[in-house]
Write a protein that binds this ligand. Sequence first.
Ligand code: DAH
Length: 343
Amino acid sequence: MPSLNELLERLDSVRQQAEEELSHAGTPEDLESFRIKYMGRSSGALTNLFKQLSDLSVEDKPVFGKSANLFKQRLQELFEEKYQAIHGAVPKQGKAVLKDITLPGRKVNYGHMHPITKALTEVVSIFTTMGFSIAEGPEIERDYYNFEALNMPEEHPARDMQDTFYLSGGFLLRTQTSPVQIRIMERSRPPVSIIAPGRVFRRDWDLTHTPMFHQVEGLLVDKGISMTHLKGVLETFLKAFFGVDTKIRFRPSYFPFTEPSTEVDIGCIFCNGKGCRVCKTAGWLEILGAGMVHPEVFKRVKYDTDVYTGFAFGIGTERLAMLKYNINDLRMFFENDLRFLRQ
Ligand code: DAH
C-alpha cells in the first residue's frame, strides 16, 4: 500500500506531466486526448488518484484529498484556458448549459366534456329553466313499458319501426326514452312536467344511426294542455339551443302513443337546405318526434281523459350535437378518437 508521501509525489509528477502535455496541445484532437487521459471520468489520471484515497488512513485522507482537489481545480482551469485558445469559446459542460430555456413548457392535458354530454347538459338546463324536472328510468326495460303501455301491443306494426335488442324473460334494451313517461305517470298525479334524458338502443349502424344513442323525453300533463303549448315549448327550446334564426318545421307524423303526432325538423346547417349526404338531400334534419298523449296511454296509467290532456316529445341528442358542433358523421361520437374529442 502506498504511503501518503508516495501518493503526494505521484500526484506532483502527474501534475507536471499534465501541464507539460497541455502546453504542447495545439489542435482540438490533442485537447480531447488530453481530456480523456487526465480528466476522463472512468480511468483518467485524476480519477485514478482519487481512487487511492480509500487506501489511506483516516488522518491522511483529508491531507491527500485537499491536494488532489487543488490539482483537479488547477487542471480544470488550465484545460478551459487552452480550450478557449483552440476553440475560441468556453467548453460546454454540466447540465445547466444543456437547459434550453426557449423550449416550450410541458403541456398539461385537460379533460374535455364529450360533445354529447355538453349537448345534454345544455338541453337539460333549457328545460329545467322552463320548469321541467328531471326523471330517469332503466335501460333494461320491460316489454310492457317500452311497447305495450305505449299503445304498441304485440304484433303492432309500429314495433318494426324500432329494431329491438331483445333479452330473455320479457326484457329488452329500451329502444326509446318514452317508457319513462309511463313509469312517471304510474307513480304521480297531474300536473306532471318532466324531461328524461338517457341512452337508448337499436340494431342499426350507418352514417346516421348507431346501436346506442341518446334521447331526451319530455312529458307535460295538466288540465287544458293543447298542441299550442307543445309548439310553444318546442320552439322556445329550439331557438334557445340553436339561436333565434333557426329554421323550424312541424310535419304531421305518426306515433302510436300520440294523437295527433308531429315530427320537427330544423334546416340542415351543413348544406343550408340545398341537400347533402347528411340530410340525405332533404335540406332538413329531423330532430324530434312529438304529439298529444294518446288517450289509450292515459287509460293505462289511470289518468282521467275527460279532465287531462298532455303533450310528449322525444329529442335525438346526437342530432342536436351534430348540428350544434358541426359534426357530419354520427359514428365519430362513439369511436373515442382523442383527436376528435379534443377539438
Ligand atoms: N319515442 C319516439 C322515437 O324514439 C320519439 C317520440 C315521438 C317520443 C313522439 C315522444 C313522442 O314522446 O310524443 O322515435
